[in-house]
Design a protein around this ligand. Sequence first.
Ligand SMILES: Cc1cc2nc3c(=O)[nH]c(=O)nc-3n(C[C@H](O)[C@H](O)[C@H](O)COP(=O)(O)O)c2cc1C
Length: 358
Amino acid sequence: MMYPHLFSPLTVGALTLRNRVVMAPMTRSRATDDDLVTDLHVEYYRQRANAGLIVTEGVHPSADGKGYNRTPGIYNEEQVAAWRAVTHAVHDEGGLIACQLMHCGRVGHANNKAAGTEFLAPSAIAAQAQIFTESGMQAMPTPRAMTLADIKAVMNDYARATQLCLDAGFDAIELHCASGYLPAQFLASGSNLRTDQYGGNLENRLRFVAELLTVMADIAGPDRIGLRISPGNPYNDHADENPLETYSALLKIADNLGLAWVHAIRMASTGIDSLALSKKNYGGTVIGSDSFDAPEADTFIGEGRTDAVSFGRAYISNPDLVARMQADAPLNPMDKKTIYAGTGTAGYTDYPTLEQND
Ligand SMILES: Cc1cc2nc3c(=O)[nH]c(=O)nc-3n(C[C@H](O)[C@H](O)[C@H](O)COP(=O)(O)O)c2cc1C
């Protein structure tokens, strides 16, 4: 068999994956004005249920948590019902699916979210970065520094969203703690200048994420909670004076909580080997991410450098990615123009399978 390590089953917390191929979370900006997923999302995820585990696109736990154009939410019953059709479709195909909770915090633009919503962050510091909106690229706003009451309210939003994920039939929940979004904003010394118990020294900067993970684990069980990290990644003006120290400590928290997985993005430019760092500080399942192909994934798993590997862009253009990798067949190229575009099938659910290629 091609790639015996990649195509062996794996126990991840409460889940048993039929292979070690994970579909990486990918924002595709196709939700409705009410932040709902549609029949097209159902079909998109159903087509990709061959993965051992799908991690959805980032899903905001509250209207405030939205930052990008046309991302879906999970904060009301209508959204739960819409997601339920997705989880049922994936389960009907024998797959598993986790919801990625993504609160953007200071990242975003008013054009991308509902009137009356706010940009909340640990400190009132704008991210020096631009973001796509339907009226072009825009600078990011200065957020409002969260009060202690806001922190409690956001924790409650995540708690409600965690329960709604379970209600919607998700098998697990992944906390997006990478790429400069709200949890990472608390961790990083550049975006967290608070002087209370949620800022300042490392222990205080870790507190928000540690409490959040505890709240989520209390609801779903730690064996159904994953954590996504990208140590040292400067995306969205994410700047920390000592990411090695910060993420070592965070990984130890994940270890103590007994979380199901850590999903680590590797990024050579950071000088940090995030997979090795995860393996060193955390004893559960490590999912490696970024620019893997099947041969490298199989080698990394065989060498114990990661337990599973996620594939992002390859899954955009190859709904039957597992079958293709098992056959060592060529992959469809990805059309960059349709990554985020539109509400139709183009570039979303119309990529051909291997059989349709022939
Ligand atoms: C279109 C697109 C959207 C993405 N959206 C998210 C997201 O919502 N949440 C997240 O954690 N990562 C997101 N990522 C990062 C991917 O999960 C993954 O780490 C990245 O694509 C590298 O993996 P790859 O080389 O297999 O594509 C996104 C990547 C792409 C290409």
